[in-house]
Design a protein around this ligand. Structure first.
Ligand SMILES: Nc1ncnc2c1ncn2[C@@H]1O[C@H](COP(=O)(O)OP(=O)(O)OP(=O)(O)O)[C@@H](O)[C@H]1O
Ligand SMILES: [Mg+2]
Length: 374
């Protein structure tokens, strides 16, 4: 466990490090003597928890914590002397998890206090994630309805355009110039129809019967389709399937579409980061059971590509959200995939670090695979 102590009083630093010096302790303590030093340390290596003195040579913890844009993936505990408890409360309002009034007893208690703080923090993080996910799911559901409505309305007129254009093409047999124009209308019309079809698929993937699907086999089939392309671009890819994964009840075509979408995104991200060959141009696909429950299987696509910036993470599942040039992406891949996975009673989750990696995980329930086999 990595603890960062931000404290300028050597005696207090000593007391804190002593408290964690149990013979079997595997705590790694780093010390920063100022806010500036703290920033450097955190940029170097993210700690699991920070113990911060309220007053430091170059500023106060409260000001640091309340500073806009100071987003932290770890909890901060404030250390304070009896006299400045009021400011400590202000620090909590500014985002500290708790405060500790310095005393020999409190220092000795620190390992337990830190343990408790970390448990509390993890619970909070999990709750926040769950809330964000519910919110996103409901937003996507309403976007889906809207998209389906619009797509439905566009479907008829666009088919009309295609039919008229076809009639023109047929009539203009000898008139080369005009026939080419009419063919242009036909082509673009077909493109609109395909996009509209995809949108409808996002809103309500139609019924193909669910059958037992061997995920490892299906993934291998997908890589047969795109493997040559990946290899040509120097992408190193592999599939690892845990031995205990049973077949699941799924619509094979739909799952295949999801897998191909995710592979295509990974491929793009890898080519962005490494236009040529590189040993780190890697896509790893894994299938395993989720440890916490026997009822779910996870299929994850992990690429070492450009990653998704934090501020875009909530947007990537939205229909038509794309960062690609117009001729390279329509922004429908992930939204359609999301719809399909939801239709299977599962979840599609994104984890990423900009410049470093992206993982798209599909979690699918195992239930009713048995029923279908009977
Ligand atoms: N593996 C990935 N690495 C980095 N960014 C990704 C990855 N997958 C998706 N994204 C981001 O999410 C956006 C939306 O992805 P999505 O698949 O929905 O659309 P698209 O790939 O842009 O277009 P389409 O799939 O319709 O061709 C992408 O434009 C990209 O910015
Ligand atoms: Mg895509």
């Amino acid at each position: 466990m990595r603890i960062l102590v931000v404290e300028d009083d050597p005696a207090h630093v000593l007391a804190i490090t002593r408290a964690f010096k149990a013979p079997d302790s595997w705590v790694d303590i780093a010390v920063a003597g100022s806010l500036r030093d703290y920033r450097l340390r955190v940029a170097e290596q993210v700690p699991q928890i920070v113990l911060m003195d309220l007053n430091l040579p170059d500023g106060r913890a409260v000001d640091l914590l309340s500073h806009a844009g100071e987003e932290r993936p770890f909890p901060v505990l404030i250390l304070t002397a009896q006299a400045d408890e009021k400011i400590a409360v202000a620090a909590m309002k500014a985002g500290a998890l708790d405060y500790i009034v310095k005393s020999p007893g409190a220092f000795a208690e620190l390992p337990r206090t830190v343990g408790r703080a970390l448990r509390e923090w993890n619970l909070c993080v999990r709750e926040k994630q769950a809330q964000a996910e519910v919110l996103r799911a409901s937003q996507l559901a309403s976007i889906g309805e809207l998209a389906a409505g619009v797509a439905h309305e566009i479907n008829n007129p666009v088919n009309g355009v295609i039919n008229y254009a076809q009639m023109l093409v047929n009539r203009l047999g000898g008139d080369e110039v005009n026939r080419q124009l009419a063919e242009g209308i036909l082509r673009e019309g077909d493109r609109i129809a395909a996009i509209v079809g995809s949108l409808l698929a996002f809103a309500r993937p139609q019924a193909e019967a669910k059958r037992p699907v061997d995920l490892g086999e299906l993934l291998k089939d997908c890589l047969l389709l795109v493997g040559a392309q990946l290899r040509k671009e120097g992408i190193v890819f592999g599939i690892e399937v845990a031995v205990d994964v049973p077949a699941i009840a799924a619509r094979k075509q739909h799952l295949q579409q999801v897998f191909l979408n995710l592979i295509s995104n990974a491929r793009y991200a890898l080519n962005e980061k490494y236009p040529g060959k590189n040993p780190d141009k890697v896509l790893e696909i894994r299938v395993d059971m989720i440890e916490t429950s026997k009822g779910f299987v996870r299929i994850s696509f992990h690429d070492h590509g450009v990653g998704v910036p934090r501020h875009l993470r909530d947007k990537v599942f939205n229909p038509f959200f794309t960062t690609k040039p117009a001729d390279r992406g329509t922004g429908l891949g992930l939204s359609i995939s999301y719809g399909i996975i939801k239709d299977h009673g599962g979840r599609l989750l994104l984890d990423s670090e900009e410049g470093s990696f992206t993982t798209l995980s599909i979690e699918l329930p195992l239930r009713d695979a048995e029923a279908i086999r009977e």
